[in-house]
Design a protein around this ligand. Structure first.
Ligand SMILES: Nc1nc2c(ncn2[C@@H]2O[C@H](COP(=O)(O)OP(=O)(O)O)[C@@H](O)[C@H]2O)c(=O)[nH]1
Ligand SMILES: [Mg+2]
Length: 263
């Protein structure tokens, strides 16, 4: 089990954590390495431990999917457009959200659920726009899940015919696996992160309906191939839509608002 986020994923072997003897005598003793059998290395069959982990992962994701479906039905019944914003930390999600809310809030009722491991900072930034926001702190967890959204909805009480933005915990891995009941995931990739990221983190790009290529005002200062990045994203997900955007200059903002209007 992944002990960092508790999301049910098998943990990685940690480099440098060699098993050691608890005999603290001063005698030099050889490091005892695990006695892997020959068959262990060559077997393609999962062992008992792997089977147990797989079962835990299936149970966690199965229960999440069940709750996500309940959220989705509530959103669809009440015409609440719900978007799950996912990205690495610092790609510009909250900055984009505040600019979006300022542009949108007079025409559409908006709500925000903010996910971060710690602090109320982002919810406070959102509330400054006058839009209601709930902060969910996940502690060691590296993603929001459907139950957290259901709990936040009880407090947020969104009206029908509104827009709910969910800013997920900054991380291009775990949030891809967790359906929250959203209409679609929107992945934000800033031009400072490198055009290879769709290939390195394919699950996130495969799971998203829209990629926002953010901070394009910085392009003159960077070695970043925009066409290559879009080609990489479309190799992973041929249907992904792409918007190039800068929250600083406002370039691309209208395309994003038009996209919201279509959805
Ligand atoms: N140059 C530039 N900086 C941006 C842009 N959007 C966000 N930033 C900066 O990127 C940093 C991280 O932004 P933030 O919205 O907190 O990212 P988040 O962690 O994804 O929510 C902040 O210093 C922002 O001012 C942008 O479009 N252009
Ligand atoms: Mg943020």
């Amino acid at each position: 089990m992944c002990t960092t986020c508790g999301c049910g994923h098998p943990d990685q072997v940690r480099i440098g954590e060699l098993p050691h003897s608890h005999d603290h005598s001063h005698e030099q003793s050889a490091v005892k390495l695990p006695n892997f059998s020959h068959s262990h290395f060559h077997s393609t069959e999962p062992d008992e431990h792997q089977k147990r982990l797989l079962k835990v992962e299936q149970d966690v994701l199965g229960e999440n999917n069940r709750l996500a479906e309940i959220n989705r039905q509530l959103f669809e019944k009440n015409h609440i457009l719900t978007l799950n914003l996912v990205s690495s930390p610092g790609s510009g999600k909250t900055t984009l959200l505040t600019a979006t809310l300022n542009a949108l809030k007079n025409d559409r009722t908006c709500y925000v659920i903010e996910g971060d491991q710690q602090t109320e900072n982002d919810a406070e930034r959102i509330r400054e726009t006058g839009v209601p926001a709930i902060q969910v702190n996940t502690g060691k967890g590296c993603h929001l899940d459907a139950k957290m959204i259901a709990d936040a909805l009880v407090k947020l009480k969104p009206q029908a015919d509104s827009v709910l933005f969910i800013e997920n915990v900054g991380n291009l891995v775990c949030p891809s696996e967790f359906d929250l009941g959203e209409k679609t995931k929107v992945v934000i990739l800033s031009v400072t992160e490198g055009e290879d990221k769709p290939l390195k983190y394919p699950h996130m790009f495969a799971a998203s309906g829209l990629m926002i290529l953010s901070k394009i005002d910085l392009l003159p200062y960077l070695k970043f191939d925009v066409d290559k990045c879009i080609e990489n994203a479309k190799r992973i997900n041929p249907n992904i839509e792409v918007i190039r955007l800068s929250s600083v200059t406002g370039e691309g903002m209208q395309n994003w608002l038009n996209w919201l209007g279509r959805n």
